[in-house]
Design a protein. Sequence first.
Length: 347
Amino acid sequence: DQSLRALSARHGLYFGTAVDMAALDDANDPQYRQLVQSQFNSVTAENVMKWESLEPTRGNYNWGPADKLIEFAKKNNQKVRGHVLVWQNQLPPWLTEGVNNGTISTTELRELLRKHITTVVKRYKGKIWQWDVVNEAASDPWDNPPTIHLKGFWAQHLGAGYIADAFRWARAADPSALLFYNDYNLEAFGDKGASDKTWYVYKMVKQLRQSGVPIDGLGSQGHLGTQYGNYNVFQVKEALDAFSDLGLATAFTEVDVRSQMTPGVQAGDSNEINPRLQASSDNYSVLLQACLANRHCLSYTVWGFADNHSWVPTWFSNPPEGLATLYDESYQPKRAFYAVKGDLIFS
Ligand code: G3I
């Protein structure tokens, strides 16, 4: 068996993918399901475990799609990464509107968060391997101010303390799940100054652990673009090692490597496309090799595995970006697929 899941298992590593539940259920798209089953031994819900999806109207939980993924994973002997408990995006409108128009007070908001975490984590108790408890709490150097700080809805309304609270509530609801802080742009350290996001998150999780907050892991999302500077494997390993030296597990949780598609470039234009495919492949490899070299890197998850089911083209349309995953639009493996396969075979 030369599947990614079988080859990863030899390293004790889990190779995961985000799953689009609509695609998984689409009878006209059988290859999608077939590849999720055959290539991956860990799955993450791309959207259906987010708050807006789980509780679209207040008090009424819609468990159907999330339950379906959990059953699917069990049947296929796959681990599940739970994504996501606390995030400022994809919150249900009843919650954000309630806060904005003053009908939900800060005290009530904190209680709603506690209840949400407790309800969701208890429902899937024993079935989730790693939970993304807090997602994307830190700002980026291109934000204003460029000094890294806690950003978004939760920090704004509840203050910095919501992070420790969230981990404690999650631990109480399922003591056996591994609890992760998950964020992007954590692949490498910069100058370790005030605008270095990796350094900021490093100091934050260090502080959380020192205060006894139950945090078990650091999820590095790994959303890269070939138009930006590429990291080398030593830099990436150094960052993972720094986090695991704090006693944390590590994981790549949302890897994809997108490219800018200059207007007018056709999919068949190999002079234009090949360098992008190569650069994407190199980046996939660097992250995987660093994960394999860090003894506490539990899993390597891609954020979708085929270009016809990737968030990238819908998200980045001007200028258009794409080619971000391991397989093309017709489920043909690309260079990146062979690169990660080679890494798993030869390391
Ligand atoms: O649910 C509606 C559906 O009813 C409607 O028919 C459809 C038409 O546009 O939109 C659907 O919602 C979309 C949803 O994906 C489900 O497809 C949202 O508009 C769209 O914004 C949403 O995008 C997701 C994005 O998170 C939103 O925050 C992407 O699929 C998902 O890949 C992306 O994932 C995030 C991770 O959770 C966290 N890290 C970054 C990563 C990439 O942005």
